[in-house]
Design a protein around this ligand. Structure first.
Ligand code: FAD
Length: 380
């Protein structure tokens, strides 16, 4: 697959691999245990252009494509998924880049690219996850402001972000359910915004996850991102862009699980021979490698299309679904190959096993991805 990459893309891939291999291993276990986002590491990664690589040059970013974001993500997640969540430091910036005003882009994007600020995207609520149009957070117009009330759930970078793009109901009377929403930019220091860190997650524990409570939070009308009543559609477009790197997370994790399974199977002796000499082990490794290659093909095809102006929602959903499934299976098989030592946490495969599950949940659960694929099939 790598032969289809340009020389520049191969250089980016190499640089990302080197960065992750040098920086992540000494920190990974501690960050997971302490449930701590590594601010210093994130800053370093920003300075090298790994965070928000899509941010255009005129706004201080590297101005790269989705393919480059995919390559960086894969290399990072292959080494350690928890540390790799530094890449989410600019989550939400895609909405500003796609729909923001010139003023919003100038204010928000350069500090994200420079590693001075962190962003987040707040869509999910306690009672509205997969059903995005079920969002209840209200933003009521009052003079020159919107006044926001509601609760957002599971928000990445929730307690560390400087600002969020927030999906709110602004047109509750609109006849069409999907036309009731708008996106607002909300700075984290606005009075009335309370942030509560969610602890004890199954995996990606270095990632900061929080509940956001909005109580009469006021933002000026200029904080509207895009058009009134178009927020739902804007976020669907946003997910088409962001789901491909999330699929690359699953791809990297599965590749990392395979690397570890191969290493251990060669080292471990059972019944007087190496574990790798038994066909049952070889079949596991062969299946993992084949699934990883299949996902890599789908992810890169989806990225290539997007970089060439084609939003193939069906393909993106296929890539995201398969990547989650392969990540979970590969981590499971790799842990199995490690036997009891995998289970007691002697090797980092136990962390991969816990981290894998998130790829089947956030940015659209596996069921939602399959619904999207089916909808396109039946429509066609
Ligand atoms: C660590 C973490 C980080 C996150 N980060 C963010 C973030 O930054 N911003 C944000 O807005 N959200 C974030 N989320 C939220 C995430 O996107 C949601 O958890 C996800 O979309 C699922 O929503 P839910 O949890 O409400 O599950 P529900 O929607 O309640 O679904 C529960 C189950 O029912 C299934 N289901 C739902 N509808 C159907 C259907 N029609 N047919 C069949 N099955 C169905 C689902 O697939 C799922 O298995 C994050 C979540 C986690 C865990």
């Amino acid at each position: 697959m790598d032969m289809l990459l340009t020389d520049e893309q191969k250089e980016i891939q190499k640089a990302a691999r080197k960065f992750a291999q040098n920086e992540f291993p000494p920190l990974a276990e501690e960050l997971d245990r302490e449930e701590r986002f590594p601010l210093e590491l994130w800053k370093k990664a920003c300075q090298l252009g790994f965070v928000g690589p899509w941010i255009e040059e005129q706004y201080g970013g590297p101005g790269l494509g989705v393919m480059e974001a995919v390559l960086i993500t894969e290399e990072f997640w292959r080494v350690d998924p928890g540390c790799s969540t530094i890449l989410a430091g600019a989550f939400g910036s895609q909405m500003i880049q796609l729909y923001g005003t010139e003023e919003q882009k100038r204010a928000c994007l350069p500090p994200l690219a420079a590693g001075e600020k962190i962003s987040g995207a707040a869509i999910t609520e306690p009672n509205a996850g997969s059903d995005v149009a079920g969002v209840r957070t209200r933003a009521v117009e009052e003079g020159d402001e919107f006044v926001i009330n509601g609760t957002k759930m599971f928000i990445t970078n929730g307690t560390i972000a400087d600002f969020f793009v927030v999906l709110c109901q602004t047109e509750p009377e609109a006849e069409k359910r999907h036309s009731r929403f708008s996106v607002l930019l909300v700075e984290a220091d606005r009075p009335g915004l309370t942030r509560r860190k969610i602890r004890n997650k199954l995996g990606i524990r270095a990632s900061d996850t929080a509940e956001l409570i909005f109580e009469d939070v006021r933002v000026p009308k200029e904080n509207l991102v895009g058009d009134r009543g178009r927020g739902f559609y804007q976020f669907m477009h946003f997910f088409d862009v962001t789901r491909i790197p999330v699929a690359a997370q699953g791809l990297g994790l599965a590749q990392g699980a395979l690397d570890r399974a191969l290493r251990y199977a060669r080292e471990r002796e059972v019944f007087g021979s190496s574990l790798a000499s038994f066909q049952a082990t070889q079949f596991k490794l062969a299946e993992m490698a084949t699934m990883v290659e299949a996902v890599r093909g789908l992810v890169r095809q989806a990225a290539w299309k997007l970089d060439h102006g084609e939003v193939d929602t069906r393909l993106i959903a296929m890539a995201k679904w398969l990547a989650g499934q392969v990540a979970v299976r590969a981590a499971d098989e790799a842990l199995q190959i490690h036997g009891g030592y995998g289970f007691i946490g002697e090797y980092d495969i136990s962390r991969f096993y816990r981290d894998a599950k998130i790829v089947e949940i956030y940015e659209g659960t596996k069921e939602v991805e399959k619904l999207i694929v089916a909808r396109h099939l039946l429509k066609g």
